[in-house]
Write a protein that binds this ligand. Structure first.
Ligand code: SF4
Length: 426
């Protein structure tokens, strides 16, 4: 039997889909286009309204095209919240499962006669999920309701999964969780993330880069900073979603709201790793956000000079305290604030990129010489400063193979991307 798997949402979902695909392969399933597959699977996201809408549209599209004999299975965050609604509103759905239900989905599928040997994937970068769930209770976020409290995967299981991804060709592992820096605290391990990084760096010799996403601002220990600074495999890169800079807004968000501590944390990171690339995410239009709060946020974004800034507009989620808060911000104001913030994000990103002009950097090659500029071969890669999918790329003159790490010289800085050429050999 064969399957078609559509993955929506965040890198945690992508990591779940990788696990699911492995279970399906072990159960004798092989991937196929939607029109030919025996089982159609949608791994959904329900983080914000836009994500829910995208998931529902994808389900409806497949439901419309579903042929007799095909099974439609919906998994992930959406059924975790709206199981009954999905089953009653979309009768074409055969089964729904919540998060991390890959074994159940694989068990659903019939075992084929022939043993299917999956081809090694050529992905040079893969998401490695280290934990799920979250103990924080941010007032706008539905995730703890969907995923429950923090549950860290045992280090042995993370290393084992890392080895599989390495065997499939990954040169970069991006560690993901709802709150990566809390890793291990539910296992009563202090500095769990630092210890895990040390173990991964020792046990995965072919993985060149380990990258941390989703660090909670209050959880950066001295030990973690030291480990990040000392281990060459760990990218000097950190994604720390701050959400806002106004103490009053942060307090209503139920997030760390001492701005002087945030500034100290950024200083400590830059002292420990002077070339560290920092990414953050801000949420605009939170209930009660005044124009002054927003102007302060713009000033904070200019002052702190994050290499990468992502932004969301607040959208009220059912069953979250923020949805019921007074002083909801009108949509047009949210949209204007979002545009203004993204303008500042573009300026700061360009400024940070310009600081690299003329310097040499290592690039992880993602695709080979399939891009041409002015008739000359180019390849596409990323430096340690850029995480896959969310940050920029390096477009480099010359030829290289996917998965290779090669040195280049930066010749042009664009707002998000870099142009480069091969560095002269020593
Ligand atoms: S830390 Fe992240 S996942 Fe946890 S409640 Fe806050 S926003 Fe949601």
């Amino acid at each position: 039997m064969s399957y078609y798997l559509l993955t929506l949402g965040c890198p945690k979902n992508v990591a779940d889909s990788t696990r699911l695909e492995r279970s399906l392969h072990e159960a004798g399933q092989s991937p196929a286009p939607a029109r030919q597959a025996g089982i159609l699977i949608v791994n959904t996201c329900a983080f914000i309204d836009q994500a829910k809408e995208e998931s529902i549209n994808a389900i409806l599209k497949l439901a419309l095209k579903k042929k007799s004999g095909q099974k439609l299975v919906v998994i992930g965050c959406l059924p975790q919240l709206y199981r009954k609604d999905l089953l009653s509103e979309v009768p074409e759905i055969d089964h729904v499962f919540g998060v991390e239900s890959w074994e159940k989905v694989a068990a659903l599928a019939e075992r084929g006669e022939a043993v299917y040997a999956p081809e090694p994937s050529s992905r040079v970068s893969a998401y490695l999920k280290i934990a799920d769930g979250c103990n924080a209770r941010c007032s706008f976020c539905i995730i703890p309701k969907i995923k429950g409290r923090l549950h860290s995967l045992p280090p042995e299981a993370v290393v084992e999964e890392g080895k599989r991804l390495q065997a499939e060709g990954a040169r970069e592992l991006v560690l993901v969780a709802q709150d990566s820096t809390a890793y291990g605290s539910d296992l009563h391990v202090e500095d769990g993330l630092a210890l895990l990084l040390e173990r991964l760096a020792t046990d995965l010799s072919d993985v060149a880069w380990l990258r941390i996403m989703y660090a909670y601002p209050g959880h950066l220990s001295k030990r973690l900073l030291r480990t990040m600074a000392e281990l060459p495999q760990v990218c000097k890169y950190l994604d720390i979603p701050l959400q806002h800079s106004s103490p009053a807004v942060l307090q209503r968000m139920r997030r760390p709201h001492d701005l002087s501590q945030t500034r100290r944390m950024l200083e400590r990171l830059r002292e420990a790793m002077p070339d560290i690339a920092l990414r953050t995410t801000f949420l605009v239009g939170f209930p009660g956000e005044t124009e002054q709060d927003f102007q302060d946020l713009l000033a904070f974004a200019r002052e702190t000079k994050f290499d990468h800034i992502g932004a969301f507009m607040f959208s009220p989620q059912d069953a979250t305290p923020a949805a019921r808060m007074p002083d909801q911000v009108p949509e047009r104001v949210k949209r204007r604030r979002y545009r203004e913030l993204m303008r500042v994000a573009r300026e700061t990103s360009l400024e940070r990129n310009r600081a690299w002009l003329g310097r040499e950097m290592a690039v992880l090659v993602e695709s080979e010489a399939d891009v041409e500029r002015n008739g000359k071969a180019m390849f596409v890669g990323r430096t340690y400063r850029d995480a896959p999918e969310v940050d920029g790329m390096a477009f480099c003159k010359g030829e290289a193979f996917a998965g290779e790490i090669t040195r280049v010289r930066i010749v042009e800085a664009l707002p998000y991307d870099l142009l480069a050429e091969a560095a002269a050999a020593d």
